[in-house]
Design a protein around this ligand. Structure first.
Ligand code: ATP
Ligand code: MG
Length: 503
């Protein structure tokens, strides 16, 4: 009975005693053990009355059992809906209500807060803690470790993944089996993953990066993962000798570089370092190469599309770029007003089309119609350009564009100048309401401690590199930029904090 995603990622490993998950306490879970555990959970879901197409919301800590729930959903034809454990009860209320989930799996510690939420949405509740224990495992343990895989087609939905909510309320992106499988196949190929690979996995598994990019690739290639509960630099360093590849958000790399234990010797055997989910500073790219001799491979994707572009495995990996469109993915830069394709080198909205592009936002027909064109192109909302070598550069999000006195200011251009100044670690440039200009650029800086920051002198230096309208009207220094779990700078929070700066 066909179930393309299950067959390709999971079914192929039945009976395989090869290592799949290597845990920090030294335990190893084989492919076969993982598949059997998933089948028990598939039986548990069936026992609870769930049938093909039902949504299963999961808000739990990262564990091998949590990952097995993903496999169980695919096998049972259910739509997997993972949620950030950081969400509060009112937020979970939105996701469970919005998705129409039939079951919510949550941490036992959250049951009292979430049971009413689930009840209001008509969903049942089961528990699982960060070690995998709870009512769901108790039930699964009584059930068989094989399950009759439910038939699915490539067009059937496999997951709802809510976007990170960086620019507004999270949207449930409907992803089909084909969306996930086509991208995993492409990435295994372009990044040369094989069963000899061991991926250091310290990403969350409620997001595209850790769940689909990392896990699907390793399942498809047959390799193993050192499965760490969260980002802990000492653990990354401790387990690096066992690994061949690392996938991280930029914070992984800046934190690794801040450790003296992170040396060229430690990385000499590594095959690949990949970064994504947020822009990697060109400076980090450079420092990483100086320290280790490895060039980080940066790629670009999002919840709605999986991965769209990647720097090359064999060709030049360029810092500050996200590489070229993946095979099968079309990418164009369009005028935000007219939708016309812009000439090479001009900045516009990035649009993508391919088998990776999602099926629409769940129960948001207007939003779907506004962002997904009839011809299949998805309007990503990111601004970017294609350079003369065909490499894509992301210059920021459309929503972060600053329009000051009628002029467009791309924050990244200003941030790059600020970041280059001595004493500046990093910066975020935002638009703040201004009586005269509509919006005025404000630079929020983080010091690196190497030099005293004289903001007046800094403003004067910046004015030598940037046209006057682009120069921040005000610079402020903060201890750290606000970031969400995926390492994305939360400019909406900064805009709120500084909203009254000019009034
Ligand atoms: P929301 O859509 O809810 O506002 P979000 O866009 O942050 O949240 P995700 O789907 O997790 O949610 O993130 C995708 C976005 O992350 C992309 O649209 C892009 O802005 C950014 N991104 C991902 N990779 C890169 C990269 N390598 N360089 C720059 N930006 C990146
Ligand atoms: Mg988005």
């Amino acid at each position: 009975m066909p179930n393309p995603l299950y067959d390709a990622l999971f079914g192929r490993h039945i009976g395989q005693s090869t290592a799949f998950l290597i845990l920090p306490d030294g335990r190893t879970i084989t492919h076969d053990q993982f598949i059997r555990s998933a089948a028990r959970y598939a039986n548990a879901f069936a026992d609870k009355g769930l049938t093909a197409g039902d949504r299963v919301a999961v808000q739990i800590g990262k564990s091998p059992d949590a990952l097995a729930l993903y496999a169980a959903c695919v096998q049972a034809g259910l739509v997997f809906l993972p949620l950030n454990p950081g969400y509060t009860a009112p937020e979970v209320d939105y996701f469970v209500g919005n998705s129409g989930a039939r079951l919510l799996v949550c941490d036992p510690a959250d049951v009292s807060a979430l049971a009413p939420v689930a009840a209001a949405a008509g969903a049942a509740v089961e528990t699982m803690d960060a070690t995998g224990r709870g009512t769901l495992r108790d039930l699964a343990a009584t059930l068989p470790d094989t399950f009759d895989t439910v038939d699915r087609t490539a067009e059937d939905l496999a997951a709802f993944l809510y976007t990170s909510g960086t620019t507004g309320r999270s949207k449930g992106a409907m992803l089909s089996q084909q969306n996930l499988l086509s991208n995993a196949e492409t990435l295994v190929d372009v990044w040369h993953f094989t069963k000899a690979d061991v991926l250091l996995h310290a990403l969350p598994i409620f997001h595209t990066h850790g769940l689909f990019v990392a896990t699907n690739i390793m399942l498809l290639s047959g390799g193993a993962m050192v499965f760490l509960p969260k980002l802990d630099i000492d653990q990354l360093i401790r387990f690096m000798p066992q690994a061949t590849a690392l996938m991280g958000v930029p914070t992984f790399y800046t934190r690794l570089l801040s450790s003296d234990d992170f040396t060229a010797g430690l990385t000499a055997h590594m095959r690949l370092f990949i970064s994504g989910s947020a822009p990697l500073l060109a400076e980090t790219h450079k420092q990483f190469e100086e320290r280790t001799g490895h060039r980080i491979l940066e790629r670009y994707g999002m919840t709605e599309t999986n991965m769209n572009t990647s720097n090359p495995y064999d060709g030049p990996r360029r810092g500050g770029t996200v590489g070229t469109p993946l095979p099968g993915v079309e990418l164009k830069i369009c005028d935000p007003e007219t939708g016309e394709t812009l000439p090479q080198g001009e900045i516009g909205v990035v649009e993508v089309r391919g088998p990776n592009v999602f099926q629409g936002y769940w129960q948001m027909p207007e939003k779907t119609a506004a962002e997904l064109r009839a011809d299949g192109f998805f309007i990503t909302g990111d601004l970017g350009l294609i350079d003369e070598d065909g490499y894509v550069q992301i210059v920021g999000r459309g929503k972060d564009l600053i329009i000051s006195g009628g002029y467009n200011i791309y924050p990244k251009e200003v941030e790059q100048v600020l970041d280059d100044q001595p004493g500046v670690l990093e910066s975020a440039v935002i638009g703040v309401a201004h009586a005269d200009l509509g919006e005025a650029p404000v630079g929020v800086l983080v010091a690196d401690g190497s030099a005293d920051l004289n903001l007046d002198a800094l403003s004067q230096t910046v004015a030598q590199s940037l046209a006057r309208f682009k120069c921040p009207r005000k610079l402020v220094v903060v201890d750290a930029l606000p970031r969400n779990t995926m390492g994305k700078v939360q400019k909406n929070l900064l805009r709120e904090i500084y909203a009254d700066l000019f009034t």
